[in-house]
Ligand binder design. Sequence first.
Ligand code: ASP
Ligand code: MG
Length: 419
Amino acid sequence: MQVMKFGGASVKDAEAIRNVANIMVQHATEPGLTVISAADKTTNHLEKLAYLARDGKEAEALEQFERIKRFHHGLISDLFENGAAEVYAQVDGFFEEVERIVQGILLLEEFPARTYDRIVSYGELLSTSIIAQYLRQRGEDCIWLDARTCIKTDASYAQANVIWSVTSNLIEKQVQPLLKTGRILITQGFIGSTISGKTTTLGREGSDYTASIFAHCLDARRLMVWKDVPGILNADPRIREKTIKIDNLSYEEAVEMTFYGASVIHPKTIKPLYNKHIPLYVKCFKDVSLEGTCISDQTNAELVTSYIVKKEQVFARIKPRDFSFMNEQLMEVVFNHIYKTGVKVNLVHNSAISLLLCMDDIPARIKAFESLLLDRFSVDMQQGLKLYTMINFTIKDLKQAEGARMIQQHDNKLFIVKE
Ligand code: ASP
Ligand code: MG
């Protein structure tokens, strides 16, 4: 069996949805499960709706609500010639639920963390319902699966952690029998639920991760993630003029690239695939004949250099106040503070009397971290930096190190932190 995943851009309007449906039908020659994201920027729009309600901006919230509803009604009217009553009914049912949640926030002036997840989860519920019904209209036997009945998580809303043992049991029990029926099976990316049934989400852009969880638990032959690019490029075309499409990447290279900021796939996607040696194909939905990129045990044989930039970095120089050595004991103190405050560290470097860190700029956490440190250390921080990562770097890439705050090189990777 295989798992496929389509992101928001691939289902952004009726024409795009028709194309996705064609691809799904073409690939229905073997049992499969397709994971789909919210259409276009719906998650952002729902997020905005939630925040407007939280801030008590009733009129604006209702306007935003209507905008999201109109967009989905537009998809339905473009996709369905007749027999759309059932689709409207289902979609409007979801919108009634969203409206009730929004009214609740406005009325109670309360916005608990779990409410964010409830609201944003409707993006995927809406898109997958419309697409499943559209496939049925085209004569396909299509089953809509609620991902929340399979993907079980803890209650860390907005960043929920998967409870693997329960999830894999549920997928086995619920999805395996459906696959045997040979129908097209559609589910939502990004969403899950707690054991007690509260809706959760796996973190923004988390649909790739959902697809990888299903692929892992179903022992898929492969996962295909469909994108609007011809495959994984060695650099972001918005940043570098000349880019090269990479044919093959190892799991390790892919993890390094995504961790350090390549936004092609969600960083959590690789591990579940790696653990079962399931290849991940990044394919282009605009031209299905293109080979795409394969992430597997096989490495990037051509040794193409990849250039990745991670913005909004903070550089910190931490020194013991009393000129002591930065020994293991003091390092333990620093790392404890890192753990407690949840700062995201990308690079670490130590010397006799200092420890250097490059971290994501998450202001509240950085501030908490700094104030804990100040007890024993002097801290010098610089914000507004970028972390440049070069995988399979060459000598000429070293030129970029000029003016850097921090440089590190190991194996085939070069890291440079500068303005
Ligand atoms: N719809 C969600 C988001 O936009 C998940 C995803 O697209 O992967 O973050
Ligand atoms: Mg998305």
